[in-house]
Design a protein around this ligand. Structure first.
Ligand SMILES: [Zn+2]
Length: 187
C-alpha cells in the first residue's frame, strides 16, 4: 500500500507537495472555524471538508452544498474500496468506479461515500471538479457555490459517452459536452 502511494507521489512530483500543503491548510482552517463559530458546532464526518447533503437533484439523488463554498475549496473526498486492475475489470459495469491510476481504482459504491451522489454536469454548468491528489480523489469547487446549490462536476468524456449520452444529459448547460444531447424532460 505504502509502496503504491510513493509511486504515485513520484509521478505527481512537485504538484503533490503543493497540494499536500493546501489540504493541510484547508483542514486546519476548517477546524479553527468550527471551534469559533457557535452555529457550526457539529463535527463534519471524516472525508468531508464542507457541509453537504444528499437530496433529489438533476438525476436522481444529488449532492448539495450545506454552506457557502468558495472557488478552490475542497468539498469532499471520494472514498471507497481500493481495487487493483484485475478487481476493477470484474466490476467494470459499476458507475461508481473511479480510476486513480493504472492499478488503483476506487469503488465508491458504498453508501457512506456520500460523494457518489455528486451528479455530472457538462463543462459549462459544472461548479466543481474531481482532483486526483496523491492517489486520492477530492471534489473541489471551481466556482463559488452558494448554500443549497447542487454540486456537480464533469465526469469526463469516457463516462459521458458510455453512461449519459445514450439517455440525454440532465445538466443545465445549453451546450452539452462530448456531443451529448439534453435529456427530454417529461411533463
Ligand atoms: Zn450536460
Amino acid at each position: 500500500m505504502l509502496d503504491k502511494q510513493s509511486k504515485i507521489l513520484k509521478k505527481g512530483g512537485k504538484l503533490s507537495k503543493e497540494v499536500e500543503k493546501k489540504i493541510t491548510k484547508k483542514v486546519s482552517k476548517s477546524v479553527a472555524k468550527k471551534t469559533t463559530t457557535k452555529e457550526v458546532k457539529e463535527k463534519l464526518p471524516d472525508h468531508h471538508f464542507k457541509k453537504v447533503k444528499a437530496k433529489r437533484g438533476l438525476a436522481g439523488l444529488g449532492l448539495f452544498a450545506g454552506e457557502d463554498i468558495k472557488k478552490g475549496e475542497l468539498i469532499i473526498e471520494y472514498i471507497g474500496e481500493i481495487l487493483n486492475k484485475e478487481q476493477a475489470d470484474k466490476k467494470a459495469t459499476s458507475q461508481y468506479l473511479f480510476e486513480v491510476s493504472r492499478n488503483k481504482t476506487i469503488d465508491g459504491t458504498p453508501r457512506w461515500n456520500i460523494a457518489r451522489y455528486c451528479n455530472h454536469a457538462c463543462e459549462e454548468a459544472a461548479n466543481a471538479e474531481s482532483e486526483i491528489k496523491r492517489g486520492r480523489v477530492f471534489i473541489q469547487a471551481i466556482k463559488n457555490i452558494k448554500e443549497g446549490e447542487e454540486i456537480v462536476y464533469d465526469y469526463g468524456e469516457e463516462f459521458v459517452k458510455e453512461h449519459i449520452a445514450p439517455y440525454g444529459c440532465n445538466c443545465t448547460a445549453k451546450q452539452h459536452s462530448y456531443g451529448a444531447m439534453g435529456a427530454v424532460v417529461s411533463q
